[in-house]
Design a binder for this molecule. Structure first.
Ligand SMILES: Nc1nc2c(c(=O)[nH]1)N[C@H]1C(S)=C(S)[C@@H](COP(=O)(O)O)O[C@H]1N2
Ligand SMILES: [Mo]
Length: 312
């Protein structure tokens, strides 16, 4: 699927009209969101991002290593965007094992080194969209989660996959505070987990995954809001019931289970129709947010018959 670059003349015209309408509405919209996350500046025109997905990769220029590793969400190391880069060096990531249990034929503790000897590591340049309405483009290294699930042997009664982050407050100072219910938990439906876009990342820019990005093993699901992409995973459970993920457990009105990127469903406190690309500079136009973060062609089939305004 292409964006912007393949727009026909008629579409370009309608985009210009759209931008004019936005400009006219600017004052009104600016007032309406004045107290929210986007309130600091009045609403400016949004750019349609210029990209296509070729194979697995977006054609957009990736963010720099510096940007990707110094602007993070990892509450185990603090709630500030710069905290994880400052604090996560305390985490011991070797040795590392992942407990795989529940509805699998081969439950047990899987040593990470052993896992890595049995899977295919690939590079994936993915769009990444946080629920807070910022985005990046990240060149991950990793393997498809379906390869790990195949090693474990998923039983036919399994419908969901539940993931847990390490709980080690001595090394994860944020876990000493009752900020979230620790450990951080996430979940996917089994078909989402088996999708070839869903990866376990082990690196970025061809280097080992920095601790602040979820070393040594983190989930990446590029069509969902960033909080689904759980970091530093130590436990994977196959189950027949929908797992309760951490952010939904805290505030189910604001954060759901599916959490598919959707510009049409606003967060109760801010719009999801646009996003700020990290590294774009202070005066960059916001980018339009794309349904399923640009991966609609690849994943829309998973949600046939599901009302995504209710199942957010
Ligand atoms: N364990 C854990 N995983 C987590 C988080 C967290 O706080 N703890 N934050 C999530 C959120 S909100 C986002 S946007 C991404 C950020 O990933 P990045 O820092 O590698 O860009 O990690 C997600 N995974
Ligand atoms: Mo996020």
């Amino acid at each position: 699927m292409k964006y912007k670059s393949d727009l026909k003349y008629s579409a370009v015209t309608s985009e210009a009209n759209y931008l004019n309408r936005r400009a006219l509405m600017g004052g009104l919209v600016g007032g309406a969101v004045g107290s929210g996350l986007l309130g600091a500046r009045s609403v400016s025109a949004q750019d349609m991002p210029d990209f296509e997905i070729q194979g697995f990769d977006t054609t957009e220029t990736p963010n720099t290593f510096e940007e990707i590793t110094t602007y993070n969400n990892f509450y185990e190391f603090g709630t500030g965007k710069e905290d994880p880069a400052k604090n996560a060096h305390t985490l011991t990531t070797d040795p590392w094992a992942v407990q795989i249990d529940g509805l699998v034929d081969n439950p047990g503790s899987y040593d990470l080194a052993d896992i890595l000897s049995k899977v295919d590591i690939d590079e994936r340049i993915y769009r990444f969209r946080c629920v807070e309405a910022w985005s990046m483009v990240i060149p991950w290294n990793g393997f498809e989660l379906n390869q790990l699930l195949a090693l474990a042997g998923v039983q036919s009664s399994a419908k969901y996959v539940r993931f847990e982050t390490l709980f080690r407050p001595e090394e994860m100072p944020g876990q000493k505070r009752a900020l979230l219910d620790w450990p951080y938990v996430e979940g996917l439906r089994l078909d989402e987990a088996m999708h070839p876009l869903t990866i376990m990342a082990t690196g970025l820019y061809g280097k080992e995954l920095p601790n602040q990005n979820g070393a040594p093993l983190r989930l990446v699901v590029p069509w969902k809001y960033g909080f689904k992409s759980i970091k530093s995973i130590v436990k994977i459970t196959l189950t027949d019931t929908q797992p309760l993920n951490t952010w939904k457990s805290i505030n189910a009105r604001e954060y759901g289970f599916y959490s598919n990127v959707n510009p049409e469903v606003s967060h109760p406190r801010w719009t999801q129709s646009s996003e700020r690309r990290i590294g774009g500079g202070l005066f960059a136009k916001r980018l339009q947010t794309i349904k399923f973060n640009g991966y609609e062609e690849q994943v829309a089939d998973l949600y046939k018959g599901l009302d995504l305004t209710k199942n957010y």
